[in-house]
Design a protein around this ligand. Structure first.
Ligand code: ATP
Ligand code: MG
Length: 379
């Protein structure tokens, strides 16, 4: 049944990172209270929430308290143990479901699920032991990328391999955890699509966006993307099929590779709002976080249309150096919309914030954004 939860109610968020923070802001703006469960005392979402339960995700007393206090619970983080969600499901409304989440927590399970829907992924092989490497050594098409099957993000737990010996070394470095070996695709471009699926199965799609990664971490997102209308449509259809297949409720994203040969391959599913959807905060009528609140609360989805061309640039800890970035140029141009997550320590590779540059076309937005980004770099 489609249960509608109205403002004044309390929503629970598992995870206190920037995605949880932007959900909390959207929910509070609409008049909901938010309780964040997060082990870190100083998390971006925890400090702005109406209440912060500072405990491990697996702490049963904390979970019971969350379920007791919240009308519905969601997550910002796919590695929440599915058992935690099933525990909460028995006590309150939870979206996305533990079942949907568990299909995306392990890359091998995720790829098999995507393939079962008739959607292509990069050619891959499971690597669970040294014998698996011997078995594919002569046939696998290198170069390849080995990835830990679980708990990877921002390119962590990955290594490029030119041959089977590299795979053996990397597998050892990864402590022989379950891995997937993926053929490295000759990329023409990368795109992603964020969508929202309601409790009754209606889907709304944000525009397809184009992503640039540096060292496995998202650097920039541009919308609208440069892909053909046909490619954008195919990506949206595949993402929607995945959301239906998961019986997903909430905001989610799918990342795609487009190869030089023109093939569209699904890379991975994010069962939550996604970094490549941050442009929606300033450039769409509804943000991916408002949409997350709407789906959780059984409200109709907001309009996803792009209001203006936009370029989003991620701000990693690297930009801080030994001091604060030079914010002057960025902030002197009102087209640049700055979002900082309030993280105390700026470490290399750590996502500290992002900014969206709005302009009349993506070329102009790119030019302004890149200049502002260059001018930020601390001495
Ligand atoms: P995140 O969750 O932050 O997206 P992740 O750690 O899950 O990151 P992936 O999405 O698997 O990492 O990979 C990060 C980036 O590395 C990709 O967006 C792409 O740029 C590059 N990459 C990964 N796998 C491949 C591949 N098989 N072929 C070509 N490039 C790849
Ligand atoms: Mg990725």
């Amino acid at each position: 049944m489609n249960k509608i939860i109205l403002p004044g109610a309390t929503l629970g968020m598992l995870g206190g990172g920037q995605l949880g923070k932007m959900f909390t802001t959207a929910a509070q703006t609409m008049g909901y209270k938010v309780i964040v469960l997060e082990p870190d005392v100083n998390s971006p979402a925890g400090v702005i929430a109406d209440q912060h339960i500072c405990a491990k995700y697996t702490d049963e007393t904390a979970l019971a308290q969350l379920a007791e206090l919240c009308d519905a619970v969601t997550t910002e983080f796919e590695n929440i143990p599915a058992t935690v969600l099933s525990y909460l499901e028995a006590k309150t409304v939870v979206h996305p479901s533990s079942k949907a989440l568990s299909s995306t927590q392990n890359r091998l399970v995720e790829k098999a699920f995507i393939e079962s829907l008739g959607i292509n992924v990069a050619p891959y092989a499971p690597i669970r032991n040294m014998a698996d490497i011997d078995a594919i050594a002569d046939t696998f098409k290198f170069p390849a990328i080995i990835k830990a099957a679980s708990f990877g993000y921002d390119g962590k737990g990955q290594a490029v391999c030119e041959n089977a010996d590299d795979v053996r070394v990397a597998f050892k470095t990864l402590k022989e955890v379950e891995c997937v070996l993926e053929q490295r695709i000759n990329l023409e471009r990368e795109i992603s699509t964020v969508l929202a699926r309601s409790q009754s199965g209606e889907i709304t799609n944000f525009p397809v966006a184009e992503n640039v990664h540096i060292n496995g971490i998202l650097h920039s997102t541009t919308a609208p993307s440069n892909v053909s209308e046909q490619q954008a449509q195919s990506a949206i259809e595949m993402a929607d099929k995945i959301a239906d297949g998961l019986d997903y409720v909430g905001t989610m994203a799918v990342e795609f590779f487009i190869s030089k040969e023109g093939d569209i391959l699904a890379n991975e599913i994010a069962p939550r709002p996604h970094n490549s959807g941050h442009f929606t905060l300033d450039a769409c009528e509804t943000s991916q976080f408002e949409q997350q609140v709407r789906m959780l609360c059984g409200l109709p989805s907001g309009n996803c249309e792009l209001v203006t061309p936009v370029v989003m640039i991620n701000l990693l800890g690297d930009v801080w150096g030994n001091s604060q970035p030079h914010w002057e140029t960025l902030l002197s141009q009102p087209q640049n919309k700055l979002h900082l997550y309030g993280k105390k320590e700026a470490r290399p590779g750590r996502k500290m914030g992002h900014f969206n540059t709005l302009a009349t076309d993506t070329e102009q937005a790119t030019e302004i954004a890149l200049q502002a980004f260059e001018d930020l770099k601390a001495d």
